[in-house]
Each structure stands twice: as structure tokens, then as C-alpha cells.
Write a protein of this length. Structure first.
Length: 203
């Protein structure tokens, strides 16, 4: 049922081959075959374009503390505004291929990595449904570390909590409005505790 609901929403989203705005978050804290994290992120942007995901705007690069605290070296983070006619599933498949190209290994959740590209949002799509989205938004930090969704959830259920996502995202899509929470990126960023912004610095 989950998969069917997701496919139905994707059919609605991509009918008539419409371009859809796509929000991505990038992060890296290990060197890759391309080089240091900053270089990996720049090369990943080129790979997006080659895959048919048109890059419209890219944020500044930010140095951010690893999450959870103490879990590894500082990250380099960025946000990207794109557009594509692909379905969300097709986007994810392309993002995973790009991650693999730069040596991403999927081991522990939130472990150090050569590149991580998260799909934050596709237009105003809510996937798979409001109830499932609420359930994942409500998970405790402990449960987040244990559980992995078995399907795509959009918008990303943790984006509103993460300064390392929202700070770069405010560079490229400050007025994008969360289709469930009703807040813009700037409003979500301003709602975070001041302590969450500590250690986040532009490069």
C-alpha cells in the first residue's frame, strides 16, 4: 500500500513531463576519489547536471560540526536548488549513483562519509502521506538512529530541525514553504535554538 500510494503521487507530480523544483542538501567529511570534501561537492554538482538534474542555484559552502556531536570530523555542507522532470524515485536513484561514484559506503547511520546527497523536497509533494510523515517527524533521536524508512518520505522529515541543512538552504530557497508545517526556510531557521547555530561557518 505504501508503494502504491507513493507511485500514485509520483504519477500526479510528473504528468505532462512538468519541470519540478527540487531541493537538495549535500555534506561530506571524508576525502573521496575527487579530493577533499569541498572538491567532492563541486564535482557532485557537475554529476547532477550530467544526470539530467539541472542545477539552478548553489549555496555557499559551510563548515559544520558532525552530527551527532563527536561522531567524526567537521562536515562541509551545501544546499542546491535544481529542477527536473524526473519522478522522486528517479531522482533518488541518480543521487545514489552519484554518491557511489565518489565512494559513499552505507554503513552506520550518520557515520563519516565521502558524500551525502539528501533529497529534501520536490515541489510541494508530501510523500507517502501526512500520517506517515508525522510519525517520522516525531521520532526521538534514539529512534532516529535505529530506524530507517522503507520508502521515500518528502519533505525530508528532519530538515526543519537541522541548522546544517537550513543555513545553506536559506541561501538558495529562503522563501520555500514547507507544505505541512507552513513555515518558510527562513522561519524554520529562525525558530531553531541559538546553540544549534554554533560552529556553522561559511568557508
Amino acid at each position: 500500500m505504501f508503494q502504491g500510494a507513493e507511485e500514485e503521487k509520483e504519477r500526479d507530480l510528473t504528468k505532462i513531463g512538468q519541470f519540478q523544483p527540487v531541493l537538495l542538501a549535500m555534506g561530506a567529511n571524508l576525502a573521496s576519489v575527487a579530493g577533499v570534501p569541498e572538491v567532492t561537492i563541486r564535482e557532485s554538482l557537475r554529476a547532477l547536471s550530467a544526470a539530467g538534474i539541472e542545477v539552478l542555484e548553489v549555496s555557499k559552502l559551510y563548515r559544520t560540526p558532525a552530527f551527532p556531536p563527536g561522531s567524526g570530523p567537521d562536515f562541509v555542507n551545501a544546499a542546491v536548488l535544481c529542477r527536473t522532470k524526473m519522478s522522486p524515485t528517479e531522482i533518488i536513484q541518480n543521487l545514489h549513483r552519484i554518491e557511489e561514484k565518489f565512494g559513499r559506503e552505507r554503513k552506520d547511520r550518520w557515520s563519516a562519509r565521502t558524500i551525502d546527497i539528501d533529497l529534501l523536497a520536490v515541489g510541494e509533494l508530501v510523500c507517502p502521506d501526512l500520517e506517515t510523515h508525522k510519525s517520522w517527524r516525531s521520532l526521538s533521536l534514539t529512534e532516529q538512529q535505529k530506524q530507517v524508512p522503507d520508502g521515500l518520505i518528502l519533505p525530508h522529515p528532519r530538515m526543519q530541525e537541522r541548522a546544517f541543512v537550513l543555513r545553506p538552504l536559506a541561501d538558495v530557497a529562503p522563501d520555500w514553504q514547507h507544505p505541512i508545517l507552513g513555515q518558510t526556510v527562513l522561519e524554520m531557521l529562525e525558530a531553531l535554538p541559538n546553540d544549534d547555530m554554533k560552529g556553522i561557518e561559511p568557508l
